[in-house]
Design a protein around this ligand. Structure first.
Ligand code: OAD
Length: 248
């Protein structure tokens, strides 16, 4: 990644009326939130996703899954938004409505905590808890949950579960449609910190490119999406993203 590459991408961002940003776990890595697939440090290197992040796994052992999510919630609660999250929030505030839309696969809520408002959480949010039977019960504040491990829905008695998308589950169709619309109408799509392996999110960069957008990848490592990008910037999110969004 040369300074000229960063300047080129920055000039596209500046000339663009609408910037969309697809983020993955890598944007939160420098906040201390583990990614999924990085060797050694990634969650899926240590834990089995089908045991901990699937409806079948939850039904087999709700207590195990609940404790794992409690641990993840505690880690996320201790984390702070980093320079990349903050730069995106500042750019949205400076550009006004529609100027910057974040489509995130992350469930850590750090974009909103940084101050971003136009955020589409494709895979849900770790801090929100809902009824497994979808009776309508939802808790936004983990401390308001009924005691128990895992707690039961006070309305219908089913298990409560984190409001995240598990393997084998569909994404919320309205959120997915909003994400597709955002990447179709943007001039530049920044793709930050995702391995590009999980669909339908991983299909969004190609959709943006087909719709005429420039696609810029920010990632220290190669990804599945590199071949379809206009430009690949090999660097860490907290270093590169603020440079791309720096005002003149
Ligand atoms: P992954 O763990 O698959 O990929 C993380 C990416 O972040 C990798 O490409 C890393 O190279 C990159 N990365 C690491 N450190 C970085 C840094 N400092 N700056 C920028 N990039 C960095 O995470 P996702 O692509 O988000 O799904 O995974 C997609 C989905 O798979 C997740 O949302 C989750 C998981 O199973 C659900 O929970 C439904």
């Amino acid at each position: 990644m040369t300074a000229a590459d960063v300047d080129r991408a920055r000039s596209w961002v500046h000339a663009s009326g609408r910037v969309a940003v697809l983020t993955g776990a890598g944007i939160s890595a420098e906040s201390g939130v583990p990614t999924f697939r990085d060797a050694q440090t990634g969650l899926w290197a240590k834990y089995d996703p089908m045991t901990l992040a699937s409806p079948d796994g939850f039904r087999r052992d709700p207590g195990l899954v609940w404790r794992w999510y409690t641990w993840r919630r505690e880690r996320v609660a201790q984390a702070r938004p980093n320079a990349a999250h903050l730069a995106l929030a500042r750019a949205e505030a400076a550009r006004g409505a529609g100027g910057v839309t974040v489509v995130t696969q992350n469930v850590d809520g750090l974009h909103r905590r940084a101050g971003s408002r136009a955020v589409i959480e494709l895979h849900g949010n770790l801090m929100r808890t809902v009824c497994l039977a979808r009776c309508g019960t939802a808790f936004d504040d983990p401390s308001a949950l009924p005691a128990g491990e895992p707690p039961k829905c006070p309305r219908c008695g089913a298990w409560l579960r984190p409001d995240v998308v598990w393997f084998g589950e569909m994404l919320d169709p309205d959120r997915l449609e909003a994400a597709r619309a955002a990447v179709q109408r943007c001039d530049v799509l920044l793709v930050v910190g995702t391995s590009g392996l999980v669909y339908p999110a991983a299909g969004l960069p190609a959709l943006a490119a087909r719709s005429g957008a420039r696609v810029v990848i920010v990632n220290p490592h190669p990804t599945e999406l590199d071949g379809g990008a206009t430009l690949v910037l090999r660097g860490a999110a907290a270093e590169v993203v603020p440079r791309l969004l720096q005002p003149d």
